[in-house]
Write a protein that binds this ligand. Structure first.
Ligand SMILES: NC(=O)c1ccc[n+]([C@@H]2O[C@H](COP(=O)([O-])OP(=O)(O)OC[C@H]3O[C@@H](n4cnc5c(N)ncnc54)[C@H](OP(=O)(O)O)[C@@H]3O)[C@@H](O)[C@H]2O)c1
Length: 240
């Protein structure tokens, strides 16, 4: 028996494009009530307007106050929070001579620090109420390394380790923690890449954001005694 998601409340970070937007659309079709966040208020409002039940709180997720504000906004909006999708992230890769250390530091703040802050803030709430589901968007880059990907790999390895330790810490509390680890997905993540690098990364094909959204829903719909701690999803023809 799958869990009925209807009327449950989910908070989605990085909801203005790509995977987060697709997750919002999929969970909306399951009858969930949504809080959408990212920096691009216009995009979020357009997405929310196309959904049945979504509210927007725009802002930078690396702002230390943002997780608490989002939690309070969810509770004010819907009276509860059931699911957190810690999805916002960025990727900067490159050879040692090419990388910009400030951009890397920004990536660490977004992919690691903001994920930790959001998780601890919302898990404290979940512990008080004795239920909740946290899913972190990791990556295949959190399971295996590649030359020139080291800094990004490090952020996603951190997400994997964090997720797994939290899952064990929370076993038996009614709270579930999992990660979804996509391979290449056709999203805005590659917008700033050169055509040559994009061709390389998509040479085995790329997934659609909807493929990851379906995977997230699959994790969420498992019956209470069942937890999928990590779901790795890659393009069939990519030899990764
Ligand atoms: N695409 C892939 O191949 C792939 C593969 C594995 C894992 N992932 C992971 O999937 C997640 C989603 O990425 P995506 O592929 O969907 O890329 P995307 O289309 O670029 O989406 C990134 C999202 O994060 C938000 N964001 C970026 N910086 C932010 C900040 N400082 N504060 C708040 N929100 C911020 C963006 O919105 P604003 O710009 O409006 O703030 C956007 O909504 C990331 O964690 C990424 O690492 C992607």
């Amino acid at each position: 028996m799958v869990v009925d998601l209807n009327n449950k409340v989910a908070l989605i970070t990085g909801a203005s494009s790509g995977i987060g937007k697709a997750i919002a659309q999929d969970l909306d079709s399951a009858g969930m009530k949504l809080i959408l966040t990212a920096r691009s208020q216009d995009k979020l409002e357009q997405i929310a307007a196309s959904l049945n039940n979504a509210r927007v709180l725009a802002g930078g997720i690396t702002d230390a106050e943002m997780p608490q504000q989002l939690l309070e906004f969810a509770l004010e909006s819907y009276g509860k929070l059931d699911v957190v999708l810690n999805n916002a992230g960025m990727m900067t890769v490159g050879a040692i001579e090419e990388v910009n250390i400030d951009t890397i530091a920004q990536m660490v703040r977004l992919n690691v620090e903001a994920v930790y802050r959001m998780a601890y803030t919302t898990l404290k709430h979940f512990k008080k109420i004795g239920s909740g589901f946290l899913i972190n968007t990791s990556s295949i880059a959190g399971l295996k390394t590649m030359p020139t990907y080291g800094a990004y790999n490090g952020t996603k390895y951190a997400v994997e380790a964090f997720t797994d330790a939290l899952r064990m810490e929370l076993a038996g509390t009614g709270i579930k923690v999992a990660s979804v680890a996509p391979g290449t997905v056709d999203t805005g993540l590659y917008d700033s890449w050169t055509e040559e690098n994009k061709d390389y990364i998509t040479s085995g094909g790329a997934l659609l954001p909807e493929d990851i959204a379906r995977s997230v829903r699959f994790i969420l719909e498992q019956p209470d005694p069942v937890l999928i701690p990590r779901l790795l999803v890659v393009p069939t023809n990519q030899p990764v």
